[in-house]
Design a binder for this molecule. Sequence first.
Ligand code: SF4
Ligand code: SF4
Length: 138
Amino acid sequence: MLGLLKGMGVTLKNMTKKKVTYKYPDEPVKMPERFRGIQHFDPEKCIVCNQCARVCPTDCITLTGRKHPDPNKRGKIIDTYDINFEICILCDLCTEVCPTEAIVMTRNFELAAYSRDELFKDMEWLHDNNTKIRGGSQ
Ligand code: SF4
Ligand code: SF4
């Protein structure tokens, strides 16, 4: 009987406490400031140095670029930039080596999809990936 009363006491005490669980996925979860989530890519900043693709341990970045069409300007411009999130391990190495911060990690982690093909993200998707985050932008 004493045990039952003790147990009821613990239950009643915890019923009045603030909840520690989230209603995810119905309600978005805002991740901590330094969370390493899916990358955001800014084509304007990319100098097509290829360092991100070279350092990637899983070879999931593919990119193409070309010489700047304006003869008065030096350097290259990016044409395509894709990441295959089937094999990306979100290790952060690509963002660490990028000299211009064209690629940065965000707090977005939602990648669930019904098809593997949907995990192949192109430049446009990666560029938008700092504004369409549930629970607030990066
Ligand atoms: S986070 Fe790591 S695995 Fe993913 S694209 Fe960057 S370097 Fe490659
Ligand atoms: S490291 Fe940065 S600047 Fe170089 S190709 Fe990758 S994203 Fe572009």
